[in-house]
Write a protein that binds this ligand. Structure first.
Ligand code: IPE
Length: 258
């Protein structure tokens, strides 16, 4: 099997993240499914991860899930993000992509918010069989705190390392990392990250997982620890996902120190 691609589509792309109640953007979900259908084949195994957007963050905030264990909040938030995942998987299958849901709640264990263990054998076998596993930001059990929020931004580097991925991307609604003048920063390394982290914002909407800063932190750590480079790019325009998968220089490349 060729080394897999790990691609996350942010919740800001597939949902209306400004909404206090779950609101999907079905037209965009269909557009993305169509783009993936055009490029997916046995030679480029794909692990897709999507964010929770308005299906996760408002509920997580309402039930204070980053601060406390809450049975109702755990159940309701999982049910909500699972329903978004079903929409994404359905759109992919309708577009001809052999997609299957993989719910992180059922296969990942956290320790103080970080993945301590994740069952990836089923994902591996899906890829071997030409299937596309679709994971998502979720709630997850935590050995110390009982539960916590597991962002897709943390899932991406974890599965990328475990599955030996070479092309890694997070599609957001911003053109990668921006400086204090709003200009794109084409490259970030662990060495340059400290100097620019003050410019990197959180999210303009309810976001319990850290917005852009959270993404950059995860990917800088990935580059520092494993020499795996990745890209944060704007996935809101039609064709952007195809361009990313074709290896176009776009957004911000996060890579090891030079
Ligand atoms: C958040 O997942 C999960 C929950 C709030 C339950 P993400 O961090 O991956 O979601 P987005 O991309 O910010 O919407």
């Amino acid at each position: 099997m060729n080394s897999p691609i790990v691609l996350k589509i942010g919740g800001s792309i597939i949902t209306d993240k400004s909404s206090a109640v779950p609101k999907a953007l079905p037209g965009t979900i269909e557009r993305i499914a169509g783009e993936l259908a055009g490029v997916c084949n046995e030679n480029s195994p794909l692990i897709l991860v999507h964010g929770a957007g308005s299906f996760g963050h408002p509920l997580a905030k309402q039930f204070k899930l980053t601060e406390q264990f809450d049975t109702k909040g755990l159940i309701e938030t999982h049910r909500s993000v699972k329903s978004l995942n079903a929409m994404v998987v359905d759109a992919l299958v309708s577009a001809g992509v052999p997609a299957l849901p993989v719910h992180p709640l059922s296969c990942a264990m956290l320790e103080q918010g970080r993945i301590s263990d994740m069952q990836t054998a089923p994902i591996h076998e899906m890829l071997n069989r030409g299937l596309v596993p679709v994971l998502h930001g979720d709630v997850a059990m935590d050995s110390v705190w009982g539960m916590d929020i597991l962002s897709g931004d943390q899932i991406v580097p974890y599965v990328a390392r475990k599955m030996g991925a070479e092309l890694i991307g997070i599609g957001s609604n911003i053109d990668g990392v921006l400086d204090n003048k709003g200009q794109n920063i084409p490259e970030v390394t662990p060495a340059t990250f400290d100097g620019i982290r003050k410019y990197i914002g959180g999210s303009s909407h309810t976001d319990v997982t850290g917005g852009m800063l959270g993404k950059v932190q995860e990917l800088v750590e990935l580059a520092g620890k494993s020499d795996i480079s990745s890209r944060i790019f704007d996935a809101s325009a039609a064709g952007s996902i195809i361009r990313f998968l074709q290896g176009e220089t776009m957004g911000t490349l996060i890579q090891k120190n030079k």
